[in-house]
Design a protein around this ligand. Structure first.
Ligand code: FAD
Length: 539
């Protein structure tokens, strides 16, 4: 490790300064403090956890919702074990339910009942796709088992990754040709094609058949988690996940400062910060100084690359990064009735409930958004946390049969917000979400929305503008930056540990440690783990 030049007088010396306090920052802090490094983490918000937090947003109601991220797939068992994270993840029995818009029929995929699933395909007239469904899943399973373990190892080369997958056809489908083209070949039914495609479009604005392969990269990360691609429900909500990581970091001896806005950093490892509104606090909650400087051997940028560029005073990425989703949290008196009376809402909402996500609907929605319009109908993914884990509700709400609903609306790229004020954009998107959902229900969703202590409907909508404002997600991008392949680019440098782990920046003392690191997107801890491994490997 290079020695830092003398910092200004009064500067605090640390081994590792971590900028940002999301879950990746906590993972890095835990590993490095456990290895004996003096670690100080600086988070601008009053709480750590970033996009992996739980909140009780509805006044007077004891419901702690996962405010942003909600399901866990990409968190490796290795990190859970190493950091002794006390977590419980619940596997969902129903993988998905997709109503056929304009009808009272739909597709229910029940992982424990193959016959019922086949019958559901048959009712849709999609028997041939029922036969293709299993082999498609098995093929992605081959890639998942081969590639997922590599996420917490130095990056493999492209050839090594292909060799590990060991099947040319699967490799070609996932990595070399647009995944949409493979879906069109593999499935005949519009609805089934759409259900498969959605994994390629979460947080990624891309056409159905995407020649740039951004949809493939998104698809890959959505199907390899845990070697199975399952998306599990964290008991206690996302706050329980980042809470366990926070405990691990504190127990290892890291100092976690909140209310500390980093205002600048230089390539020599000097970090400037000042207290955010509400004041700066130490790990124990005591007030700390209003501003300060840290001089670190290594700085881990656990923020988006765009934020890192701002702090360094360098140019932001071009083209600008953007997200493409809207998130709505709801609290309901009870689950709504479906137009499709043959399916129990408790089964339909327990898995991923797809609304207006047929192949043609997704194509039209992409075209509308590309032309500057909010798609109508808006494609949605919905799920009910409280069906799998009621612990996020207090006893009174549980007793009343209250449920939470989480809606993730697709194809709303940040560019649609240009020139609009935050509130009217939020209102417009919320209306689009509710209208899209209503089309598949037997009663308006608003008729079952609970009211808070002040009589307001329990609805919370977060647009890309809101995410930029509260979490500094550039353009509201949930992955901080466009997703990259989980292997080295042709001709990539591998001289340093940071390059081998996919966490390098152009400054040797500054490493990426969050979602924008290669392989870091989602609630995985992988960005933090890999930055910590690069620091330890460099010695
Ligand atoms: C609405 C939404 C839904 C999602 N759903 C899922 C899901 O279900 N499953 C999943 O796996 N992933 C999901 N994701 C993605 C996932 O949540 C993120 O990729 C992940 O949480 C990023 O974690 P991180 O630690 O890398 O960064 P972040 O969580 O973004 O944390 C970065 C932290 O840095 C702080 N910060 C920024 N600038 C500064 C500064 N100058 N000084 C000090 N602090 C600063 C921020 O306040 C923030 O706390 C979702 C994301 C969103 C937004």
């Amino acid at each position: 490790m290079v020695t830092a030049p003398s910092p200004p007088r009064g500067t605090e010396r640390v081994d590792v300064a971590i900028v940002g306090g999301g879950h990746n920052a906590l993972v890095a802090a835990a590993y490095l403090a456990a290895a004996g490094r003096r670690v100080v983490l600086l988070e601008r918000s009053a709480e750590v956890g970033g996009a992996a937090v739980s909140e009780a947003p509805f006044e007077g109601l004891d419901a702690r919702l996962s405010r942003y991220s909600y399901l866990v797939s990409l968190l490796p068992e290795r990190i859970v074990r190493d950091l002794r994270l006390d977590l419980t993840l619940v596997r969902r029995r129903y993988s998905s339910y997709t109503p056929l818009p304009g009808t009272d029929r739909g597709l229910l995929v029940d992982t424990r009942d193959a016959a019922a699933t086949a019958a559901s395909f048959a009712r849709l007239g999609a028997d041939a796709d029922a036969a293709a469904w299993g082999p498609w899943g098995e093929a992605t399973g081959v890639a998942a088992r081969a590639l997922f373990p590599t996420l917490t190892e130095p990056l493999p080369t492209r050839a090594e990754a292909a060799r590990r997958v060991g099947d040319e056809a699967i490799w070609r489908r996932l990595v070399e040709e647009p995944i949409g083209a493979a879906i069109e070949r593999g499935f005949a039914d519009d609805l089934v094609r759409g259900v498969v495609l959605t994994d390629a479009l979460i947080g990624t604005f891309a056409p159905n058949v995407d020649p740039e392969l951004a949809a493939n990269r998104c698809f890959l990360y959505h199907v390899i988690g845990g070697g199975t691609g399952d998306w599990d429900v964290p008991v206690g909500g996302m706050g329980a996940v980042s809470g366990a990581m926070r405990r691990a970091a504190l127990e290892a001896g890291a100092e976690l400062r909140t209310g500390c806005e980093v205002t600048g950093l230089d390539p020599d490892g000097v970090v400037a910060w000042r207290a955010a509104e509400g004041g700066a606090r130490s790990s124990s909650g005591d007030p700390v100084a209003a501003e300060g400087l840290l001089a670190a051997d290594v700085v881990l940028a656990a923020v988006a690359p765009t934020e890192l560029a701002r702090l360094l005073g360098t140019a932001p990425p071009n083209p600008p990064v953007e997200g493409a989703q809207v998130k709505v949290n709801l609290l309901l008196e009870r689950l709504p009735r479906l137009r499709d009376a043959s399916v129990d809402p408790a089964a339909a909402f327990a898995g991923t409930f797809h609304v207006n996500e047929g192949w043609a609907a997704l194509d039209r929605a992409h075209a509308a958004a590309s032309a500057g319009r909010i798609p109508d109908p808006l494609p949605l993914e919905i799920y009910c946390h409280s069906l799998s884990d009621p612990t996020i509700l207090g006893p009174v709400l549980r007793e009343r049969g209250v449920h939470t609903l989480t809606v993730f609306g697709l194809h709303t790229p940040h560019r649609l917000a240009a020139g609009r004020d935050a509130e009217s954009y939020r209102t417009e998107l919320q209306a689009a979400v509710l209208a899209s959902l209503d089309a598949v229900l037997a009663e308006p969703i608003e008729s079952v929305v609970l009211r808070d202590a002040a009589g307001r409907p329990c609805l919370e909508t977060r647009t890309t503008l809101d995410l930029e404002d509260t979490l500094r997600l550039p353009g509201g991008n949930i992955f901080h930056a466009p997703l990259e392949w989980p292997f080295l680019d042709e001709g990539a440098e591998t001289a340093t540990a940071a390059q081998r782990w996919g966490v390098a920046t152009e400054h040797p003392r500054i490493l990426l440690a969050a979602a924008g690191a290669r392989r870091g997107g989602g609630v995985s801890g992988v960005g933090g783990h890999n930055a910590a491994m690069a620091v330890l490997e460099a010695g």
